[in-house]
Design a binder for this molecule. Structure first.
Ligand code: DX5
Ligand code: ZN
Length: 220
């Protein structure tokens, strides 16, 4: 059976207990920890930098998937890699030469990921597809956790899947935004391999472990 990746996004974690909550994710079978970096420019919100990635690195052995929602991501790639990022995902909207940014990420020893906003056409991914280890499709407008999944993006996920299959890419197709137990199996059916979720995990009424379990169950 194919195994799918569940990546809790710490954006909805209780930051007074970040280490504990990451450990809880790991015990409950999370595959990666997703870290949402926001710069107050590319997106309105302002969140975390290399210091938090470094704290996460000391809290878990799980891969740290660092999503860079920032202008000029090249300026901090080295710092995020040194802090312990396992993968770094950059937006096509912020990278004039996406192929070379992905190459730079790989040279730092990290997996390289590319993503795009809901309003950005899939064709913008093309120059990065052959280099990418992860291709992330945003299913909300980036900036905040707890938003509604945009169902109109299903066809985009399927389109990205087709393009990856066409070039025989082994990149993981990752989906981020509004993922819940209600929609995760449909998102899988559209072609996704990896699922980022903040609210559905950290704000699950029965706790983190149940949040992860309830997503995993829908992928069987
Ligand atoms: C949104 C971030 C997401 C976010 C997901 O800008 O990139 O990773 O934390 O949160 P949920 O799962 O609550 O939509
Ligand atoms: Zn994210």
């Amino acid at each position: 059976m194919k195994s799918y990746i569940i990546a809790p996004s710490i954006l909805s974690a209780d930051f007074t207990r970040l280490g504990e909550q990451i450990a809880e994710c790991e015990t409950a079978g999370a595959d990666w920890i997703h870290v949402d970096v926001m710069d107050g420019h590319f997106v309105q919100n302002l969140t975390m930098g290399p210091v938090i990635v470094e704290a996460c690195r000391r809290s878990t052995r799980l891969p740290l998937d660092v999503h860079l929602m920032m202008e000029h991501p090249e300026t901090l790639l080295k710092e995020f890699a040194a802090a312990g990022a396992s993968s770094m995902i950059v937006h096509v909207e912020t990278c004039p030469d996406i192929a070379s940014t992905l190459k730079n990420i790989k040279e730092l020893g990290c997996k390289a990921g590319v993503t795009l906003n809901p309003a950005t056409p899939v064709t913008y991914l093309e120059p990065g597809l052959a280099q990418a280890d992860h291709v992330l499709v945003m299913t909300v407008h980036p900036g905040y956790s707890g938003q509604e999944f945009m169902p109109e993006i299903f066809s985009k996920i399927a389109d990205v899947r087709r393009r990856l299959d066409q070039i025989h890419s082994t990149a993981l197709l990752e989906v981020d935004g509004g993922i819940s137990a209600m929609n995760i199996s449909h998102v899988r059916d559209a072609g996704a391999d990896a699922f980022v979720a903040a609210n559905a995990i950290f704000h699950h009424p029965e706790g983190i472990a149940t949040g992860i379990r309830s997503l995993r169950e829908k992928l069987r």
